[in-house]
Design a protein around this ligand. Structure first.
Ligand code: SF4
Length: 93
């Protein structure tokens, strides 16, 4: 099983974000589909050579979630209401 990549993240104020790309190895997504790796900071971290994937996702009610792992082809992250959210979240029917 390959990690699901983070294609775009527009949370530019996050330490791991450079030019709308996330540069940590793996983010964790919480039970409300929020990015728990978001870190507000002026100084940049991560590694520019790295493109982020999803380490784990606790949003069990998302249709892309199987066994607390993300199985979407890729995801996008966006800023929403002062936190970072997985924009690819879709509730199971
Ligand atoms: S698409 Fe669904 S399963 Fe994948 S990271 Fe987002 S909320 Fe989690």
């Amino acid at each position: 099983m390959d990690m699901t990549p983070v294609s775009i993240c527009n949370v530019t104020q996050c330490a791991y974000n450079q030019a709308n790309l996330c540069h940590t190895l793996g983010i964790n997504v919480g039970s409300h589909a929020e990015c728990n790796t978001y870190n507000y900071r002026t100084a940049k971290g991560g590694n520019r050579e790295v493109k982020a994937g999803i380490g784990a996702c606790l949003a069990a009610e998302c249709r892309h979630n199987q066994g607390l792992e993300c199985r979407a082809p890729d995801i996008n992250v966006t800023f929403h209401d002062s936190h970072a959210d997985c924009k690819t979240f879709e509730a199971k029917r």
